[in-house]
Ligand binder design. Structure first.
Ligand code: NAD
Ligand code: TYD
Length: 349
């Protein structure tokens, strides 16, 4: 029986990973450790909260005595580390909390794993990271596992630092690690600060759709459940010390994706064609806005046989349907500090 610590399991990607592991592997005991920040929400895990192999622990990954105590108490065999501050715009407003959670928090977890595991066999520290550590691409080319790190936002710099710490613990202490760097995810349960859920929510409420700059920045979009499936494959078959890029070869300009959303939602909301697109408002660009991300996921496909399962348009339909039928979830997660954040970010921008 394996005891797996999943950090950040109450967040967007984490809740999909927790659901997958709890349902697919009844013989594993899954411990979800989450501080329940504005981005973490236990409603995301209603489907598994009664499962015998699921356990929730509320706590902060930067709290060293607490984390060491957890490892001593439970004797985890593996860690899947997702907990992080994850939004670039917030990292521009408050970089230090990103350094604290993403760098210090990861260091505390690595150290606890090292203390607890020593040289024992069969352990694994799986670090979940982002393609943003590679920086920004021009018109052509892809990020591969060999692309040098060149982070440019406080968020990506903090994730890059955490990736380096993971690698350092592997080389210095032989900690068994694996890292994956994934492109932009979309799907259900994503907090409405990120592009797609923010735009979907604003279209529902006929609010302006704030497109940064000219809307010509490019992102590479992956269905969140395909990311969770990739994590499952890498967790079980990935080579120790290796990095795997995860992406769906699915690049979109921001403005095109917002137009696509508007088109689908006009239809679903019974609006006249073109009505939602009238809400598009060009606003001041993000500081240091990375131009283009594009992942080459050939290694993961060739070595471990993973490929995305869903076509983008089908994924978008499913995502929009989920938000349309979960208005209570949106209302709940936006009931706290969201309004204040939104005003700070968008009013008079
Ligand atoms: P998210 O913001 O939705 O969730 C983060 C979770 O971590 C929340 O549940 C939050 O409560 C928890 N958390 C934050 N600080 C914590 C702390 N100090 N202690 C314990 N828990 C804490 O993020 P997400 O989009 O689900 O991203 C998850 C991971 O995947 C992150 O490491 C992120 O860098 C990485 N990633 C995200 C994307 C993406 O498109 N969202 C793409 C690639 C990689
Ligand atoms: P985001 O979802 O924040 O992800 P990331 O910055 O980590 O890639 O943003 C995706 C793209 O959408 C990015 O180029 C910034 C842009 N964007 C907007 O144009 N308007 C918005 O309100 C948001 C949140 C993002």
């Amino acid at each position: 029986m394996k005891k797996i610590l999943i950090t950040g399991g109450a967040g967007f990607i984490g809740c999909h990973v927790v659901r997958l592991f709890v349902n697919k592997y009844p013989a594993y005991q899954i411990y979800n450790l989450d501080a329940l920040t504005y981005a973490g929400n236990l409603e995301n895990l209603k489907e598994v909260e009664q499962s015998a192999n699921y356990h929730f622990i509320k706590g902060d990954i930067t709290d060293e005595p607490f984390i060491n105590g957890l490892f001593t108490e439970h004797g985890f065999d593996a860690v899947i580390h997702l907990a992080a501050e994850s939004h670039v715009d917030r990292s521009i407003l408050d970089p230090l909390s990103f350094v604290n959670t993403n760098v210090m928090g990861t260091a505390v977890l690595l150290n606890a794993a090292k203390r607890s595991w020593g040289n024992a066999e069969g352990k694994l520290f799986y670090h979940v990271s982002t393609d943003e550590v590679y920086g920004s691409l021009g018109e052509t080319g892809f990020f591969t596992e060999e692309t040098p790190y060149d982070p440019r936002s406080p968020y990506s710099a903090s994730k890059a630092s955490s990736d380096h710490l993971v690698s350092a613990y592997h080389h210095t202490y032989q900690l068994p690690v694996v890292v994956s760097n994934c492109s932009n995810n979309y799907g259900s349960f994503q907090f409405p600060e990120k592009l797609l859920p923010l735009m979907i929510n604003n279209i529902i409420h006929s609010k302006p759709l704030p497109v940064y700059g000219k809307g010509d920045n490019v992102r590479d979009w992956l269905w969140v459940d395909d990311h969770a499936r990739a994590i499952d494959v890498i967790f079980h078959q990935g080579k120790l010390g290796e990095t795997y890029n995860i992406g769906g070869f699915n690049e979109w300009k921001n403005l095109d994706i917002v137009h696509l959303l508007c088109e689908i939602m006009d239809d679903k909301l019974g609006r006249e064609k073109g009505e939602s697109a009238k809400l598009i408002t060009f606003v001041k660009d993000r500081a240091g806005h990375d131009k283009r991300y594009a992942i080459d996921a050939t290694k993961l496909n060739k070595e471990l046989g993973w490929e995305p399962s869903l076509q983008f348009k089908e994924g978008m339909e499913k995502t929009i349907d989920w938000y349309l039928s979960n208005s209570e979830w949106i209302a709940n997660v936006t009931s706290g500090s969201y309004k204040q954040y939104y005003n700070q970010q968008y009013v008079n921008r």
